[in-house]
Design a protein around this ligand. Structure first.
Ligand code: CA
Length: 718
């Protein structure tokens, strides 16, 4: 590997810091830790490999490889594919280390593949109890593994962190990172910094207290834990930082968990020795319930910088003080050195759910600039003096139904951005979701119940649909803009507007390419300067994860882990179900002149049978049924009862309708994962939900969708 002067300085800095922290270690231990830790820091010097989740610790997801480029990408073809074993959403970025690919499918099943041929070397299934899946808000996904010193690390949906031998797949250690009496989940990829494995968790929709933990990479012993929200003051605070954060809370937030889960983004700056992570929304969402409507509620919706050796707090920036709209700041965090007003600034960039693109000084958290990247109706702008959003009137008042943009899925979700250091552009997989409303939840339902959607609001798609609206009534007018964003001018230079919701993460390369999967299941290569579409490939499934690239034996490959699911395919399938996307969990790898073929597949049946009976409920009951459905059922069965992975209730047969009460109240199908809801729904409520489902089934039957053309659903706007 070739070391640049800058990287030698970093290497020296790491060596110094590591030896300070390990005074009792022998000289040879120190050198080994130094070399392995430095390898991850200097990942940019190994263009053939993809060693970290975002390739490099700055998470730019940009490859210096140029063999595949704008001139020859039209010759790109499938070289190999590998069918993974599970049939739920796939969100992983594969790692490639010296010719071996390490990738996960749902349920955190790990696969080691020969990166040149796709041949399986080993696999590892943590054999997670499938019943834990009811605690996952957005499918039982996994965003990938970490590599360090001959080991592979993975987090499981039920909260274990596991270390595997990278050469054999043998389990070396595992450790439980959560309290299993609470509905925590892990979906994020671990990171390894200076010999410590970092992992957070999810669950803020269900009532948990967020944190990030660091474990010794060799032993699995916990090194530190940083809580993002304070616990019950009566139990004492863990440290001064969280004691101070508690001053920004009111009421009895700890009974609700408080939220603030660290479920995805991290980045590391070795020169500053700062680890950055993004913190999620409040639990419950509704600030009025969570904190009496008072206080900023640190560290919700914040970017936090800590020392990776100790977890000691250094700085934070809160994107959404007193969050009340599910505005997580867990979205991709990216570091880049950018010239702004003639000065080279060490920046940190994020496009969180709240719709503003932030450029911060990553040494101290100072806000440099912010602008909205999608339509925003909750705040007029970010005040650069105070660093705070200027909220618009009425946005916290849920006493009436209120429409807020971005809606709870956010202006940007988990799919990763990328940064091209040559053009200075950030590529954002944005999304625009219309028709989302928040309204007050019935106070009688505002008791915290573990494992149940506890948001303190009703999140409803819109008013009761009207049958006479015909074929358009069952679709949505959502879009997924691919934004080429200038972070200095804070504006889009060009954009590609995908129809519907569910476009994937980004890869850019020094070959001038930008590669992304669209919501219809096409992997597309664009000219990263102009947005011109240069090459497509139909994946036979949807993909939200970002592609990556590597080389073996002098040949460059482009890979993507595909598999429809996630929030797109579970609770938000309304946007794309009509494209007939089904889950085919598969790694697809391309190279120039690759000529492998995917197997022939049949199109799925999308039609609807005649409803088993006519709707007998009145409008009030149907509206009650719709609200109850969207609070209790939609997280699994989907917005407006449209689901692509979980059974679509609109096609329920006569038998299901006959034993409806036995299923919903009695738990007759609990062995299939449909638990009893007797603690949450009355018999009357269950019937109101059934009537609402019949109503949706009637509309769907009249609608009878055909699969439209999956290609050419884009417009480029300069
Ligand atoms: Ca959330």
């Amino acid at each position: 590997m070739i070391l640049s002067i800058k990287n030698l300085i970093i290497l020296t800095a790491i060596a110094g810091l590591v030896s300070c922290g390990n005074e009792n270690a022998t000289q040879s231990d120190e050198s080994m830790i130094d070399a392995e830790a430095a390898r991850l820091t200097l990942a940019t010097d190994e263009p053939e490999n993809w060693l970290n989740h975002g390739r490099t610790y700055d998470e730019q997801r940009h490859s210096p490889l140029t063999q595949i480029n704008t001139d020859n990408v039209s010759d790109l073809g499938l070289e190999w594919s590998f069918d993974m074993y599970t049939a739920r959403g796939v969100e992983a970025t594969p790692l490639v280390v010296d010719g071996v690919m390490y990738v996960t499918s749902s349920w955190a099943v790990v696969y080691a593949l020969d990166a040149k041929t796709g041949q399986l070397i080993w696999d590892f299934d943590p054999e997670t109890d499938r019943a834990w899946g009811v605690n996952a808000c957005c499918d039982v996904v996994n965003r990938g593994v970490a590599y360090y010193d001959g080991k592979i690390y993975v987090g499981t949906i039920d909260g274990y962190l596991i270390a595997l031998d990278a050469s054999s797949g043998e389990k070396l250690w595992d450790t439980l990172t959560i309290d299993k009496t609470k509905p925590y989940t892990i979906t994020g990829a671990p990171r390894v910094v200076k010999g410590k494995v970092l992992i957070g968790n999810g669950g803020a929709e269900y009532g948990v207290r967020g944190y990030i933990s660091a474990y010794d990479a060799d032993t699995g012993d916990m090194a530190w834990r940083f809580y993002t929200v304070p616990g019950d003051p009566a139990d004492g605070f863990e440290n001064e930082t969280i004691k101070k954060a508690a001053e920004t809370w009111n009421g009895e937030w700890w009974k609700w968990g408080g939220g603030g889960t660290v479920w995805d983004s991290m980045a590391y700056d070795a020169e500053l020795d700062l680890l950055y992570f993004g913190v999620g929304n409040g639990s419950p969402w509704n600030h009025m319930i969570r904190s009496n409507g008072e206080g900023d509620n640190l560290f919700l919706s914040s970017i936090v910088a800590v020392r990776p050796d100790t977890g000691d707090y250094v700085w934070h920036y809160q994107t959404t003080p007193g969050d009340s709209w599910d505005y997580t700041a867990t979205q991709h965090i990216m570091l880049a050195d950018i010239e702004i007003e003639g000065v080279l600034r060490k920046t940190l960039m994020q496009a969180p759910k709240n719709g503003f693109f932030y450029v911060l000084d990553r040494a101290n958290g100072e806000l440099i600039s912010a602008n909205n990247f999608v339509d925003v109706t909750w705040a007029s702008h970010i005040d650069l003096e105070t660093g705070r959003p200027v909220e618009l009137p009425g946005v916290r008042d849920f006493s009436e139904r209120v429409r807020i943009e971005p809606g709870p899925p956010g202006g940007h979700g988990w799919p990763s951005m990328s940064f091209d250091p040559e053009s200075g552009l950030v590529f954002i997989p944005a999304q625009k979701l219309t028709g989302s409303f928040l309204e007050p939840q019935d106070p009688a339902d505002l008791e915290y119940r573990a494992g149940l959607w506890n948001t303190g609001t009703n999140f409803v798609p819109d008013s009761l649909p009207v049958e006479s609206e015909g074929a358009t009534s069952n679709r949505s007018n959502q879009i997924s803009p691919l934004l080429a964003w200038d972070p200095v001018k804070q504006e889009a230079v060009w954009q590609v507007v995908h129809k519907d919701y569910g476009a994937g993460g980004m890869l850019t390369t020094a070959g001038g390419l930008l590669i992304q999967a669209d919501p219809q299941g096409n992997l597309i290569a664009y000219n990263s300067r102009s947005g011109e579409k240069l090459w497509p490939h139909w994946l036979q499934t949807g993909a939200g994860a970002a592609p990556m690239t590597y080389s073996v034996g002098g040949e460059q490959y482009i890979a993507i882990a595909a598999g429809w699911g996630s929030a797109f395919g579970v609770n938000s399938a309304r946007s794309t179900k009509h494209y007939g996307l089904v889950n085919r969990s598969r790694v697809l790898v391309y190279k120039l002149a690759g000529n492998a073929e995917l197997p022939e597949v049949e199109e799925p049946f999308l039609g609807f049978n005649a409803p088993v009976e006519t709707v007998s409920a009145d409008i009030e009951t149907l509206e009650e049924g719709m609200a109850l459905y969207h609070r209790v059922c939609q997280v699994c069965h989907g917005n407006r009862a449209v689901s692509a992975l979980i059974p679509d209730l609109r096609n329920s047969d006569q038998n299901v309708h006959e034993i409806w009460q036995d299923i919903v109240i009695g738990g007759a199908l609990s062995a299939n994962g449909m638990a009893s809801f007797e603690d949450h729904v009355t018999a009357e409520g269950a019937e109101a939900i059934r009537q609402y489902i019949l109503y949706e089934a009637t509309i769907a039957y009249k609608d009878q969708l055909e699969i439209p053309n999956r290609s050419d659903s884009v417009n480029t706007e300069n």
